[in-house]
Design a protein around this ligand. Structure first.
Ligand SMILES: Cc1cc2nc3c(=O)[nH]c(=O)nc-3n(C[C@H](O)[C@H](O)[C@H](O)COP(=O)(O)O)c2cc1C
Length: 504
């Protein structure tokens, strides 16, 4: 349920200004001068000239003191500069994350997939050294009273309504880095039951003039067993840090209500599952077997399982959005998720395509959602459509035009209007079905289905608009590719600014 976003709240108190290291204005001795002064012995050691000896020894002591002071100041200023540099670079608000890193990666790595791997490997390494960018913004923490961005989803109060969409961390290598960038929701995957390579490379293409991308990865995945092993290791480590065992986490013992998937207060870990390419999409039983296998392996480590039936790059996947097969598939996943040996069972959502947007198709999805008992819908994915992608007045280079016409799914800001429209429509249809079924069954008002929105969201205004249209979480991917590691922080700060203006 979307939060009441028009509540009054504190505004951001100050813009980020990197602190400047105090500059030493006194003459800085060169290394050689220091060496000479510090280690020079008194000129004379002759006892007959004691007065000159004592004055020279006192001047020797003075110069030793001065030399040490200089070393101290020199070393101190270097340490202070390093600290300021560390503090600046590891803050998501630092402009280098937006204006330097993404263009640099584009320049040095013409292949977008390679750039992605370099970026994620760098983040993983920096995280292991505690040198990764992280959000330090006050005001959107759970502890902050009256946090204007807090939202309750599936009974958990989230710190904010911003999520990172599937595909950015396909194999769950860096979920904690992504949480540290400020997102309250991170979706890892899509993960298939067996490992698969995906489509031949190149399979990701940039269109920088419209901040867009085309990809046809084809759900490359290291498989459910490998992802489960990584998530299990992560859970055990985080549990150990809290003085708990994995069993404690499963039983909710001593966890203080922390979601068992994210293992962090106010955050949810979503795990997306899909079928293998080689599984015949017309054999619904086999397809269900693929998803159930993923649930069996991955559900213990997820707060929410996301059933992907909307990637455009796996042949026949989107056909699973027809009411009958979708109802069967989702029902099987919901049943399997209930079997997980954990006190708090994972919720289930389904991610639907932005291209299946006629009324009948959408009503069919809504029906399947209600009949199967899934908890919500992620509205949006990449699109096969290309019309309206290039705004008037923007000219694409020949390379960009070719990229745009590549086979695959397009993502970028141009998708936003369709996302907003679909969120509004799904909200209405889901709520209408709920009212109808509760009055028919007399079972009391059914709970509202949750909507997350994805597709073209790149700023705070857009995030607020999808939330006001009925979504509980706004998710981003391509916006981060072009906006860098500070994108989530920026979007949240823009939301807070906008809310402050409205409330004033
Ligand atoms: C390179 C790339 C890989 C993606 N991989 C997946 C995926 O594995 N599963 C999925 O459901 N969506 C995937 N997506 C779609 C995104 O999760 C997102 O729904 C879509 O890009 C629209 O959001 P955006 O405009 O913020 O990028 C991928 C998108 C991109 C650009």
């Amino acid at each position: 349920m979307a939060a009441p976003y028009l509540r009054a709240r504190q505004s951001l108190t100050s813009a980020f200004r990197p602190r400047i290291a105090p500059r030493i204005v006194s003459q800085r001795p060169s290394f050689w001068a220091l060496g000479n002064t510090a280690f020079r012995r008194p000129a004379s050691t002759d006892s007959s000239s004691s007065s000159s000896s004592s004055s020279s020894s006192s001047s020797g002591t003075d110069s030793l003191f001065l030399a040490r002071l200089r070393v101290f100041l020199f070393g101190g200023s270097i340490a202070a500069s390093l600290y300021v540099a560390y503090y600046y670079v590891t803050d998501t608000r630092a402009s280098v994350h937006r204006w330097l890193v993404p263009p640099f990666l584009r320049l040095v790595f013409p292949d977008a997939e390679e750039a992605h791997h370099v970026g994620t490997t760098a983040l993983k390494t920096l995280y292991s050294l505690n040198l990764h960018p992280r959000e330090r913004t006050a005001g959107t923490n759970l502890e902050t009273p009256g946090n204007p961005l807090a939202v309750t989803v599936f009974g958990t109060e989230l710190r904010n309504p911003i999520g990172i969409s599937a595909g950015l961390d396909k194999d769950a290598d860096i979920p904690d880095v992504l949480f540290d960038l400020g997102a309250a929701v991170v979706e890892v995957g899509g993960c298939t039951p067996l490992p698969q390579e995906g489509n031949p490379k190149p399979r990701v293409f940039r269109i920088p003039s419209v901040d867009g991308m085309v990809n046809r990865y084809g759900l490359n995945s290291r498989g459910a067993d490998a992802m489960a092993a990584r998530l299990r290791d992560r859970m055990r480590k985080l549990a150990r840090d809290l003085g708990l065992t994995e069993r404690d986490v499963f039983d909710g013992e001593g966890t203080d209500g922390i979601p068992p998937g994210s293992m962090q207060p106010g955050r949810l870990l979503l795990v997306q599952i899909a079928k293998n390419k080689t599984t015949n999409e017309r054999d619904v039983k086999a397809v269900i077997g693929d998803y159930v296998r993923c649930v069996d392996r991955l559900a213990p480590y997820a707060d929410v399982l996301v059933v992907n039936v909307s990637s455009p790059n796996t042949p026949g996947l989107r056909d699973l959005q027809a009411t009958e097969p979708l109802t069967r598939l989702l029902s099987a996943v919901v049943e399997e998720a209930k079997k997980v040996d954990r006190k708090q069972k994972p919720r289930v959502m389904v991610k639907v395509s932005p291209d299946e947007d006629d009324e009948t198709q959408m009503e069919g999805v809504v029906q399947a959602v209600w009949l199967s008992g899934v908890d919500g819908v992620i509205v949006g994915n990449t699109t096969k459509r290309r019309e309206g992608v290039v705004p008037q007045g923007v000219r694409l280079s020949a390379k960009e035009q070719r990229a745009l016409m590549e086979e695959g799914g397009f993502s970028g800001p141009a998708q936003f209007d369709q996302t907003l429209k679909l969120v509004g429509k799904y909200r209405k249809l889901l709520d209408a079905y709920s009212l109808q079924s509760s009055s028919e069954s007399d079972a009391g008002a059914a709970t509202q289905k949750v909507i997350f929105a994805t597709g073209g969201i790149t700023n705070g205004d857009q995030a607020l608009r999808v939330l006001n249209a009925g979504a509980s979480v706004a998710m981003i991917y391509t916006g981060m590719v072009y906006g860098g590691a500070g994108t989530v922080t920026r979007i949240k700060s823009e939301m807070i600014d906008k809310l402050s203006v409205k409330a004033a």
